[in-house]
Design a protein around this ligand. Structure first.
Ligand SMILES: NC(=O)c1ccc[n+]([C@@H]2O[C@H](COP(=O)([O-])OP(=O)(O)OC[C@H]3O[C@@H](n4cnc5c(N)ncnc54)[C@H](O)[C@@H]3O)[C@@H](O)[C@H]2O)c1
Length: 298
């Protein structure tokens, strides 16, 4: 039986751990050849090894996504190694400095913007021309529920993820008609090494905020990325923003959980939003917006 991604090439950043690793493994299991990229060589090589062990085809390319030249080089290396690029998951990210805004260091703010936001611009800047060389492609950017709402002590992270949603919308508007679908995924809290700094009590409180009664897994996010990357999502493109177990309950809890949950549960609201897929609306909206914009150069 032909696999979902037979003959296709996928690129995943931050694929040495967590969501990126799970996504790379699932792309490969669905028949794609995968460029596994990370700044962490050990993690990236482990992912490649796991893919090969399972009979898949993968190659590691080191890339610090906060550097535009390295992102350009990453796409070049992809084309050199596999000859094409069909799908990408721009996933690499960090939690960044946690502080009240006025106490946040300029370096800390700039770092999280560079790794979590500028990187998505750099990657798409070089991925898009590579995809246009063939029949287009599909890009999935890793946002977060924090791409939609604020979250105390995380101004840089929140600003970056809101930016990822904005970049995704613009790219979708500009390139959907040219055959590249661009989407963002906004997971709730996912149990990966990113949450390793979180103490048990805070984790428990986080869990209690998810109506499903637990945190998500990297594999569950990967499932959504794979679907968005596939032709099964052929009418799904930005400005689509898919929320995963994004739980917002209109419950203002400023101070309520201080200080135990200082980092995660203060000064913000949770509301319940299931995954929203409004393909017709979004595609129509994108088209409408496109027509009302100055004609982009061909
Ligand atoms: N875990 C969550 O609760 C959660 C929720 C929503 C969104 N996200 C997002 O999902 C993405 C993946 O996070 P995760 O939870 O799998 O975390 P993770 O820490 O397990 O994985 C992140 C990977 O990114 C890599 N990375 C960090 N800086 C990099 C850089 N400059 N260049 C290249 N690679 C770099 C790390 O080495 C690591 O392998 C991130 O963008 C994160 O913001 C995570």
């Amino acid at each position: 039986m032909e696999q979902l991604f037979s003959g296709k090439v996928a690129l995943v950043t931050g694929a040495g751990s967590g969501i990126g690793e799970a996504t790379a493994l699932l792309y490969a299991a669905c028949g794609a050849k995968v460029i596994v990229s990370d700044v962490n060589e050990k993690g990236g090589n482990n992912t490649v090894e796991a893919i090969r062990k399972a009979g898949g085809d993968a190659q590691f390319e080191r890339c610090d996504v906060s550097k535009s030249t390295e992102c350009e080089q990453l796409v070049k290396a992809t084309l050199k190694h596999y000859g094409r690029l069909d799908m990408s998951c721009n996933n690499a990210g960090i939690g960044g400095e946690q502080n009240l805004l006025a106490d946040m260091s300029v370096e800390g703010f700039n770092k999280v913007i560079a790794v979590n936001l500028s990187s998505v611009f750099y990657c798409m800047k070089y991925e898009i021309p590579a995809m246009l060389q063939n029949d287009g492609g599909a890009i999935v950017n890793m946002a977060s529920i924090l791409g939609q709402v604020g979250f105390a002590y995380s101004a840089g992270y929140v600003a970056a993820k809101h930016g990822v949603v904005g970049l995704t919308q613009n790219a979708g508007i500009e390139y959907s008609a040219k055959g590249i679908r661009v989407n963002a995924v906004g997971p709730g809290f996912i149990d990966t090494p990113l949450l390793s700094q979180t103490d048990a009590k805070t984790k428990e409180q986080l869990v209690s905020r998810h109506p499903i009664g637990r945190l998500g897994t990297a594999e569950e996010v990967a499932e959504l990325v794979i679907w968005l990357s596939s032709d099964r999502a052929s009418f799904v493109t930005a400005p689509t923003f898919l929320w995963m177990a994004a739980t917002w309950r209109h419950e203002y809890c400023a101070g309520k959980h201080l200080p135990a949950a200082r980092n995660y549960l203060t000064c913000h609201q949770y509301m319940q939003k299931p995954v929203v897929v409004m393909t017709g609306f979004f595609a129509a909206y994108a088209d409408h917006t496109y027509q009302n914009m100055p004609v982009p150069p061909n």
